[in-house]
Design a protein around this ligand. Structure first.
Ligand SMILES: [Zn+2]
Length: 454
């Protein structure tokens, strides 16, 4: 508390002296800035900026703004929970999207991300309110392009892209959904109910975003999700030429193209661009795979996640037996937790959707159910292990009127970006696990002005 008072006092003194000189920007006086958040799925911090691939456009953003070597993501380091943490500032145990796929024991239904009707069912998203919705409730406008989970909300962003639906989810009783999950495709996803049009070129997606920004009623907040280089990272592994090429393509056609287009439209100096990702990659191989068939009868449990984690829901009365079978001969390459023993530091425990048994394989090891079903040749890159162990960290680059120039900041939690974005938008945040204080040093002093209102 004392520290906070001291800081606020010093900020106020500084602000008073600055205001005497009349050097506040117009935007800061109003406490409102435009924020564009762009996530590039699977863009790993240790593979960019000439470390593996060349990313001259991201590097230029860093020189013209702020960068971090990496940021700290949440457990588990996978797409849906992480993206929901960015827009809520909450750990997954609090926002409720605890994994890409999970079981809800109250609804007695499975949630499956992206392509399944359950992903478009608002009841799975009722524990939190994303920033774009908070902004709209406080009188602002937002634009959302494919951001994971955004279609799950009944109230839509002011501007958004609809997914392509092959079935009418609202006409299906959720209890009947298992019947609609027949695997009809050879590649991911194994079936499709609804899916964003991921075949649309990056540049045409960004052209639509520019159109929103150039409209009579532009959004103050835009969230854009780019589904690469994740695909290549999985399919070919993070040391592959395909992953390298995908990173360089995203750098060119997303970061470079967007900054060029904003410059052409004379918007570049008036918007705040924040480029992030959700996770990096580690290699896995068939020789580092653990099969649950070696320990358990398949009929004794349901498995809702595999790969870099194992989420197990024992059938009634089977929990102790399953735990005993998994642990009687300790495997040095996996830890097995009952829910109550999951480390507190994971912030992934206090939610009914977290499984009764959590298997955490060692980094580079993965969990499968049976040898027969597993297609180990497909999986060369993976993610999901806790961030501090796997170093599967995201990237961070930001530029714009609110950000200092050519500044590298220490790694920080991705949750801190939520209060920072609310601050720039001039809106009251929802309760969250982030801290503006951790990241405020990356902002220009005039952008700090609204701190007085906090
Ligand atoms: Zn991802």
């Amino acid at each position: 508390m004392t520290k906070l008072l001291v800081r606020n006092t010093s900020v106020i003194c500084l602000l008073l002296s600055l205001s005497l000189h009349g050097i506040f920007s117009e935007a800061a006086k109003k406490g409102k800035e435009t924020v564009i958040l762009i996530s590039m799925d699977g863009m790993g911090w240790q593979y960019i900026s000439g470390q593996f691939a060349d990313t001259p456009n991201l590097d230029a953003v860093g020189r013209n703004g702020v960068r971090a070597k990496y940021t700290i993501n949440v457990v588990p380091t996978i797409t849906w929970p992480t993206h929901h943490s960015y827009v809520t500032g909450l750990y997954p145990e609090s926002h409720g999207i605890v994994s890409n796929s999970f079981w809800d024991p109250v609804y007695k239904e499975n949630f499956i991300y992206d392509y399944d009707c359950s992903n478009y069912d608002p009841k799975f998203y009722n524990a939190s309110e994303p920033i774009w919705l908070t902004l709209q409730k406080q009188g602002g406008r937002s634009g959302v392009y494919f951001w994971p989970g955004s279609s799950g909300y009944r109230e839509k962003p002011t501007y958004y892209e609809k997914p392509i639906c092959l079935v009418n989810c609202s006409a299906i009783d959720p209890k009947d959904l298992p019947k609609y999950r027949k695997k009809t495709r050879k590649t991911w996803p194994s079936y499709i109910h609804c899916l964003p049009n991921y075949t649309e070129p990056f540049t045409s997606r960004l052209d639509k975003v520019i159109k929103w920004l150039k409209s009579d009623k532009p959004p103050q907040f835009v969230a854009v999700y780019i589904d690469h280089p994740d695909w290549e990272g999985h399919e070919y592994g993070p040391q592959s030429k395909e992953y390298k090429a995908a990173i360089e393509k995203v750098d060119r056609e997303v970061v470079g193209y967007l900054t060029d287009r904003l410059r052409e439209e004379r918007l570049l100096e008036s918007v705040n661009l924040i480029f992030v990702s959700d996770h990096s990659f580690n290699n896995i191989s068939p020789s580092h795979r653990i099969y649950l068939d070696d320990f358990l009868e398949q009929t004794a449990y349901m498995m809702t996640e595999s790969g870099a984690m194992g989420h197990l829901w024992p059938k009634d009365g089977k929990l102790e037996e399953i735990f005993a079978n998994l642990t009687k001969e300790p495997n040095p390459h996996m830890k097995v937790y009952k829910k109550k023993d999951i480390p507190k530091s994971y912030h992934w425990k206090h939610n009914r959707r977290i499984p009764p048994i959590f298997i955490e394989p060692a980094v580079g090891w993965s969990i499968g159910q049976s040898r027969g079903n597993s297609n180990a040749t497909w999986v060369y890159g993976s993610h999901g292990w806790p961030p501090e162990e796997s170093h599967s960290y995201p990237i961070f680059f930001a530029r714009g009127p609110a950000f200092k120039k050519n500044l590298e900041v220490q790694p920080f939690s991705i949750l801190d970006l939520y209060p920072l974005m609310c601050h720039l938008l001039g809106i009251a945040p929802q309760p969250n696990n982030g801290s503006l204080e951790n990241v405020v040093s990356m902002l220009n002093l005039d952008a700090v002005t609204p701190l007085m209102d906090l």
